[in-house]
Design a binder for this molecule. Structure first.
Ligand code: FEO
Length: 170
């Protein structure tokens, strides 16, 4: 059975992951509105990934005999000044999520909940990747500035991103 404090914290993290999905879907819609279909594709897939993060915790809480309580999801912004502005927001958001995961890891240790601690290690590793991939695009966008042709090339590159394959459950 899962402790109340852990259950509550994991429920909050489910909400944070769902907000991330909402934020990135909103960014996808923003990119659609400025005809950058590749950027929109990247964000749409990112939103799907965030949904899968939420579901990973959702399944874990249930597996431990806990109860998932869904809360309201905050309204995300809908406009950004530029692709760089949006991707800087992605990077800053991911840094915040990393902090949330680190807080959860510390709570799991404090409560001597090693199963939750182990489950969270997947997220610790994922956050390294999430921050790195957002930062890579921020750096590219800084490099190209407002140069239309370069943005177009980057759009074609981001159009290549494929949705994640469904994970096999052991
Ligand atoms: Fe689920 Fe982007 O962290």
């Amino acid at each position: 059975m899962i402790k109340e404090s852990i259950q509550e914290a994991l429920n909050k993290q489910i909400n944070a992951e769902l907000y991330s999905a909402y934020l990135y879907l909103s960014m996808s819609s923003y990119f659609e509105s400025i005809n950058l279909k590749g950027f929109a594709n990247w964000m749409r897939i990112q939103a799907q990934e965030e949904l899968s993060h939420a579901m990973r915790i959702y399944d874990y809480v249930i597996e431990r005999g806990g109860r998932v309580i869904l809360d309201a999801i905050e309204k995300p912004p809908s406009e950004w000044k530029s692709p760089l502005d949006a991707f800087e927001a992605v990077y800053n958001h991911e840094v915040k999520v990393t902090d949330l995961i680190n807080d959860l890891v510390e709570l799991a240790l404090k409560e001597r909940d090693h199963a939750t601690y182990n489950m969270l290690q997947w997220f610790v590793n994922e956050q390294v990747e999430e921050e790195a991939s957002a930062d890579e695009i921020v750096q590219k966008l800084k490099l190209v500035g407002d140069e239309g042709r370069a943005i177009f090339m980057l759009d074609r590159e981001l159009a290549q991103r494929q949705p994640p394959q469904p994970e096999e459950k052991a």
